[in-house]
Design a protein around this ligand. Sequence first.
Ligand code: C5P
Ligand code: MG
Length: 509
Amino acid sequence: KFAWIFFIFIFLNGCGSDSPSRVVNTQKENLTIVENQYYTLEPYLIDTSYDSFKWVQVCGVPVLNNQDENSLSIDFLAPESDKDQKYCFEFTGHKGNDTYVKSYDVTVVAPTVEVYIDHASLPTLQQLMHMVEEHDKDDTTKRFVSWERVKLSETAQDILNAKFFNIVNNNISTQFIDAIVNYAKNKNRVNVKLFSNTAVSITNLSPIIKALKSSANATISKINLYDDGSFEYMDLYSWKESDSKIELLDRDSILLKSYLDGESDVRPQAMSARYNWHRIYNVNYNFLRKDYLDVEPKLNDFREYLGDSLTQMQWDQFSKMPLYKQKLLLSIVGFDKAKLQSQYDSSSLPNFVFTGTTTWAGGETREFYAKQQVNVINNAINETSPYYLGRDYDLFFKGHPRGEDINDYIISSFEDITNIPASVSFELLLMTGMIPDKVAGVASSLYFTIPADNVDFIVFTSSEDITDREEALKSPLVQVMMKLNIVKEDNVLFWSDLPNCESGVCISH
Ligand code: C5P
Ligand code: MG
């Protein structure tokens, strides 16, 4: 310890305590600058009273001219190169007996382009959180965004240095790809970070990767993939039983590479289209519930296969953001937190939120789904049902973002129901500390995230013809949610398990 203190003493005194009249003062800065950006290299002090001073370049391709060497500060234009380059500069000034040294280690890197794609809800929310968090850290980063369920206004695009494109038929548009490629082409080189939904990553990313390969000097420096939701888990549930699954996945990594390189037209399918990206790129697979690969022994080998790329999705980033970023995010998703708070507080009763679902089917199935959900709500609020919540609550409805007419039907079926906009992802309530006293509803990805303590019951959809409980319990979604301890078997309900409350009294079948 003593030795360290002594050392610091020497350092502070520059040349050493034995010659106190000749002091060398030093400063050092490490910088990363993007190509073609200006940066002002400042002397030790911005002080014009030096007796003499000089700049020298001590590493890297020479860039200083005579005028630079004799200027007090230098406007350094980061040169283009085919790779990251280091430049070192040193200012030395003399004043009386004192010497002032300022050194810079500058690394010049390629500009970054970020590409965000999602047609669903959950990856969009995760991507938005990342974007808002990072947006003011490097103002040279250009963003291209294509989402279905959240749009960026002109103002938001300006703030985020982003250009927004609509999703067309669940896909990115050619305009979107062209805009990215044209931007990259106009740069000497770019680093590209890709953000996508995991489930459809190959559809989202391969056209962009291929186009960049053939026409621009682009390096894919990072790929961030986010679970679509429960979807990936149902597939993993079935896949875990298949023979030699890891060997086959491993073998197919070559297939993904040659497909992206344009050497083969054979597009990888199923798991190898989702989980081989890390064999080629620097990847994070952001899992909604990474622990599924722990608690399911037959997926432990898969966990090893993904290695460091396996990442747990985070939700607490939001509360750690400064207020202006929180506000920006909430305005983009259109969540009026203050309004919901006043609705929660408008009566002294505790608050119950019912979460609805949708179906991709049409016609009669939609009507069936709507009516079943009305019946679930009636069971929760009617004393004659065994699923009665046990006391009075203020009733809120949070419909599925794609519920549309199903949501309308449910809302119009109750007099005293407060609607939380369907487009607002339920996870936002968690992020903003707005989880209500009670939640119940239809099985959904949202139950993978929200605390089980607040959840009263979860009803699983079943078709009109599956009435056998044993059969219904075998569904992958039920199995996954039980394995993750989201629900216990006794609390797994199906539509057919619930009494019919249509008459005002709930009558068991
Ligand atoms: O229900 P599903 O699995 O399709 O949910 C996907 C996402 O949609 C959820 O993670 C959540 O963000 C959103 N959602 C919602 N409200 C619902 C159902 C889903 O906000 N009632
Ligand atoms: Mg209340």
